[in-house]
Design a protein around this ligand. Structure first.
Ligand SMILES: Cc1cc2nc3c(=O)[nH]c(=O)nc-3n(C[C@H](O)[C@H](O)[C@H](O)COP(=O)(O)OP(=O)(O)OC[C@H]3O[C@@H](n4cnc5c(N)ncnc54)[C@H](O)[C@@H]3O)c2cc1C
Length: 507
């Protein structure tokens, strides 16, 4: 039976940064990181634009960054949290630099700060257009060197176990599927940190990789933790349109910051009709404008126009984007790039306090799966990597000073299922997954949002899945599918709670 002081679920920026900090400060604690595929398989490694930090205190200030964040959040941010995150940013950046993370500098040796939608100043530190990959690589390298951390790949956590102590629900362990041996096992722990990322895979068009099925939200909800604001899903306006493909390749906001235009079928810019900032309005406004344009023209996409930009500067600044476009025979210097808005970021999630603690004792949530109060209705670009670092720090400090009073549960659980992955049901669940994606996309983007109809459809899909599952042992596609169903229901319920039309819910 496995046992560890701290169990971290997820190997993105939040989980790894938390693990690194805690392992260094408390070498006496054992830390296990479980991740459902290989370690780099995360949203983190796909982050292009970078991380928002005020570094130039002459042109920029914490106050301006705070103001931009609050404005983007549409009056729904927690002001104290916004202040804490933005003022802590330089210290967390310093820690990334200390482990060798590199960000681009200009010819004068100053940070080459990018500009993104909703930011009033250039303040985005970036590593070309692959900032997340750079951070993920450097963190993984450090994690390998820390003797009190064990990282298990292909360990998919299925559910959390809790017990009631002094009338409080307390997390004490987790069931997981070891894909390497095809077995379901149990781990006992003194505390759990969820760092499981978002749920973009619930939608037809998304920039999120396959791992983003909302597992952390579903597991936390089943454990009794409060979930908040799941009606605020951010759509990124510029995902590369490629028919039915999922996930879609992202064309970073920084490309618009660099001067790219968004044009319709007639080659005309249309964003100024919707906002005086044009292409540099926040993502909600740009996405909404694009959907309106697509609706009116009955087209499946609009275009990003980079043809007026300096090609050599473009290729130098955005090598990964240029490479990806070229591979599919698109040349930004001469072709219009077809784009469509895609589900990109989950602004709500597991409700946490300023230390990342959920409403369940000894259960923490950090990174995209957490609802901290930073983003409100609409995350400001490049604030999420920052949020992940700050809340990993907060949770680490809190756990370091409290864990000595947390005890292991005396209960040792044996999983009811032994479980073998039945390959046959992959196809069936793929079909059901597509049904959820279509249902939620139609529901979320429709003007009316008919919640009763959506609930009925979900019930039918659930019945089909249960009938299928009853015939066999528990399998990975079934687990993921169940989590997606749970999260879809939460999103629909939250949309019902606060009636908001179309994706302007984000504003
Ligand atoms: C294409 C793209 C570009 C982006 N660009 C930027 C940007 O420029 N700046 C910015 O600030 N933000 C950006 N974001 C958002 C940002 O990347 C994410 O919010 C952030 O990386 C999330 O980090 P995380 O640690 O919370 O989770 P992730 O990096 O998503 O990691 C989640 C981890 O949890 C694991 N996991 C999930 N469920 C389970 C389970 N059941 N069992 C075991 N493991 C599990 C996954 O395997 C993965 O390891 C971008 C996102 C995308 C998709």
């Amino acid at each position: 039976m496995l046992k560890t002081d701290i169990l971290i679920i997820g190997s993105g920026i939040s989980g790894l940064f938390f693990a690194m900090k805690t392992a260094k400060k408390r070498p006496d604690l054992s830390i296990v990181i479980m991740t459902k595929k290989t370690a780099p398989n995360t949203n983190t490694q796909l982050a292009q634009g970078g991380i928002a930090v005020v570094t130039n205190h002459i042109k920029d200030s914490f106050e301006q960054h705070i103001k931009d964040t609050l404005k983007s959040g549409g009056g729904h941010c927690d002001q104290a949290i916004v202040k804490m995150v933005i003022e802590q940013a330089p210290e967390r950046l310093e820690e990334l630099l200390k482990i060798g993370t590199s960000f681009d500098k200009n010819q004068e040796g100053q940070w080459d700060l990018g500009l993104e939608g909703g930011h009033s100043q250039h303040r985005i530190l970036h590593h070309k257009d692959s900032s997340g990959l750079e951070i993920e690589k450097k963190l993984l390298k450090i994690i390998e060197q820390l003797p009190n951390i064990q990282l298990f790949e292909n360990y998919q956590v299925i559910d959390l176990n809790t017990e009631t102590k002094q009338e409080q629900t307390t997390s004490c362990g987790a069931f997981f599927y070891d894909k390497n041996t095809d077995q379901i096992k149990y781990i006992r722990t003194r505390c759990i940190v969820l760092s499981t990322g978002g749920c973009g895979q619930l939608f037809e068009n998304t920039t999120n990789p396959e791992i983003a099925t909302g597992d952390g939200i579903a597991m936390a909800a089943r454990a009794g933790a409060e979930i908040e604001d799941m009606q605020y899903i951010q759509f990124h306006p510029t995902a590369l349109f490629r028919g039915e493909k999922n996930p879609l390749f992202l064309i970073s906001e920084a490309v618009r910051g660099f001067g790219a235009h968004i044009v319709n079928e007639e080659g005309k810019r249309f964003l100024f009709k919707y906002d005086s900032r044009g292409e540099l309005a926040t993502r909600d406004i740009v996405s909404h404008a694009i959907y309106r344009e697509m609706h009116e023209s009955r087209k499946k996409h609009v275009y990003l126009d980079c043809r007026h930009l300096d090609p050599s500067a473009f290729y130098q600044k955005f090598p990964s984007i240029a490479k990806h476009c070229n591979e599919i025979e698109l040349f930004p210097e001469k072709d219009l790039i077809p784009i469509v808005p895609a589900a990109h970021y989950q602004c709500g999630g597991i409700k946490v306090d300023r230390n990342g603690l959920t409403t369940v004792k000894n259960l923490y949530a950090i990174g995209e799966c957490a609802r901290t109060g930073l983003h409100g209705k609409n995350r400001l670009a490049s604030n999420s990597l920052l949020e992940a670092l700050v809340f990993a720090h907060q949770a680490s400090e809190n756990i370091n000073s409290t864990i000595d009073s947390f005890e292991f549960s005396s209960k040792i659980l044996v999983p009811k299922f032994t479980g073998t992955e039945n390959k046959k049901d992959h196809v069936t669940f793929l079909v059901l997954k597509k049904e959820i994606q279509a249902l939620l996309t139609n529901f979320y983007l429709s003007e009316e949002r008919d919640t009763d109809f959506a609930f009925q459809k979900i019930k039918l899909i659930k019945n089909a899945a249960e009938t299928l599952a009853a015939k066999q042992q528990i399998t990975i596609p079934f687990i993921e599918f169940s989590n997606m169903l749970t999260v879809a229901l939460i999103i629909i319920k939250h949309c019902k709670k606060r009636k908001t039309p179309f994706i302007m819910s984000l504003n």
